[in-house]
Design a protein around this ligand. Structure first.
Ligand SMILES: NC(=O)c1ccc[n+]([C@@H]2O[C@H](COP(=O)([O-])OP(=O)(O)OC[C@H]3O[C@@H](n4cnc5c(N)ncnc54)[C@H](O)[C@@H]3O)[C@@H](O)[C@H]2O)c1
Length: 449
């Protein structure tokens, strides 16, 4: 019997502890966590309890863990965006195979440095582009690359971020400010750019437009308080009123058939708000804990009075090397969360929707006029874990560690989506067209300097 792959977890937060690590509990024959590095004592202890990790293998920071040398086969790095590079470089240096959360890093130079480090170390560096591992995007990929659509001429890919998810992550939350995290086109759309690259090949040149139109102080309605819980006069008319989102769970209820949702729900996005509740409240009544968190933490702030600066809409126009024209539309004002897409080919048109409550692909054949429909299964709340993508990613990573001839995606391939995102941001900010070949060469050069 082959032994399970061993792993250390760096960052036992939402992604590390709740999205990927449960794979080890479901498949103990494949994966075992032997150490954790996490500064938050509550999260660290919970992870250690769940995975049976001895006290001496629980560390406060990634530096402490790495100082032990290599103590497992693999390292899962799930720290916040701006804290990926240090642990990833250290882990590669020590000879770990690495699974790294996206974005690889918040600067272009650091992304390239990571790929160079993986090449040097001869280790696996896999980035968590989970969409590639969903049956929805696997189906789209197969339809596009098998020639079913003929030659692909144009693509419209939309990342429709719902008004409440936008507020949660990009106005009130961790990714609200590009100085503190990264540009939104990188944080939100490196997945989408990765899918476009996967399906169509490299981009030749691109331009981009976008800005922050709405979530700004001058757009606040009359009487808006700094915090929703401070008796805001605009509460009844405000879609972003925090208690409606986090206490009543109105948007989540709308996304499930029948509208029923457990009152004591503790999953995302409530799980993120949780940490702002007083420690004593965290293990008690879910609603009471959330209410207390909103009174003191960032998620109770008025969406017009946050320190956010990332865009709320951006488009990227791309000419691919195969000649296809592609438009990526990202915005944070959708009624419904989800990606929609349309591929027009010389033989057929593909239309797709990938949402919490619906996944459907239609192929309209030009010759026969027939419509073929694919409906990958949607689990509760959109299929937990990115419609199966989190589970698929873990499976692929473990297989790649075990079998060096199986390479799901190389680090260089993962880099391409990041290069496109940085190029799009440069094009947006400077109002230029970016030639990707020149941009790639420049990125390699500055990263070596
Ligand atoms: N692949 C995806 O689809 C996807 C989805 C959401 C988030 N993410 C990415 O996953 C990463 C983690 O996001 P999250 O939502 O889990 O955030 P999180 O804040 O819930 O988790 C990050 C954890 O890292 C810990 N940490 C901070 N400093 C540390 C240190 N020095 N050593 C060890 N741990 C440290 C934090 O205490 C926290 O528990 C981010 O980069 C995010 O962009 C990816």
């Amino acid at each position: 019997m082959t032994r399970p792959i061993t792993s250390v977890l760096i960052g036992a937060g939402n992604r590390g502890a709740d999205s990927y690590a449960p794979y080890a509990l479901r498949h103990p024959d494949q994966l075992k966590f032997v150490a954790v590095a996490e500064p938050d004592p509550g999260r660290r202890d919970r992870f250690a309890r769940e995975h049976n990790i001895p006290k001496e293998r629980c560390y406060t920071t990634w530096e402490d863990l790495m100082a032990e040398g290599r103590i497992a086969d693999t390292a899962l790095i799930c720290t916040p965006d701006q804290m990926h590079v240090g642990p990833a470089l250290a882990a590669l240096d020590l000879g770990y195979d690495v699974l790294l959360e996206k974005p690889m890093a918040t600067t272009l130079e650091a992304c390239v440095q990571l790929v160079q480090a993986a090449d040097r170390a001869g280790r696996l560096l896999q980035v968590c582009h989970v969409l590639r591992y969903t049956s929805f995007f696997e189906t789209v990929h197969h339809l596009v690359t098998s020639g079913r659509l003929g030659e692909v001429i144009t693509v419209e890919h939309r990342e429709n971020v719902s008004y409440w998810h936008m507020a949660h992550s990009y106005v009130r939350g961790q990714w609200r400010n590009s100085r503190l995290s990264s540009p939104m086109i990188l944080a939100k759309c490196c997945h989408d750019l990765d899918i476009l690259f996967w399906n169509l090949g490299p981009c030749r040149r691109l331009s981009s437009f976008g800005s922050l139109i709405h979530y700004r102080p001058e757009k606040a309605p009359e009487g808006a308080a700094e915090r929703c819980t401070a008796g805001c006069a605009a509460a009844a008319e405000c879609p972003w009123y925090a208690p409606r989102i986090y206490v009543d769970l109105t948007p989540l209820r709308r996304s499930v058939p029948g509208g029923t949702f457990p009152d004591d729900y503790r999953g995302w996005p409530r799980s993120v708000v949780w940490d702002d509740a007083p420690p004593a409240a965290r293990d008690g009544d879910a609603v009471a804990a959330v209410q207390q968190a909103l009174e003191r933490g960032p998620y109770g702030r008025c969406v017009y009075h946050c320190d956010n600066d990332v865009v709320d809409h951006q488009i990227v126009s791309m000419e691919m090397e195969n000649g296809a024209s592609v438009g990526l539309f990202m915005h944070g004002h959708s009624h419904r969360e989800g990606r929609t897409m349309r591929y027009d080919g010389s033989r057929a048109t593909l239309r797709g929707i990938y949402s919490f409550d619906e996944q459907r692909i239609e192929v309209h054949d030009h010759l026969t006029g027939k419509v073929e429909v694919f409906e990958p299964e949607v689990g509760p709340f959109g299929g937990t874990g990115h419609g199966g993508g989190d589970e698929g990613l873990m499976r692929a990573f473990i297989r790649a560690v075990r079998d060096p001839t199986f390479v799901p995606t190389t680090a260089r391939e993962c880099l391409e989506s990041h290069l496109m995102a940085f190029a799009a941001e440069e094009a947006r900010v400077k109002g230029t067209v970016v030639e990707m070949d020149r941009f790639r060469t420049w990125a390699e050069t500055v990263s070596r300097a």
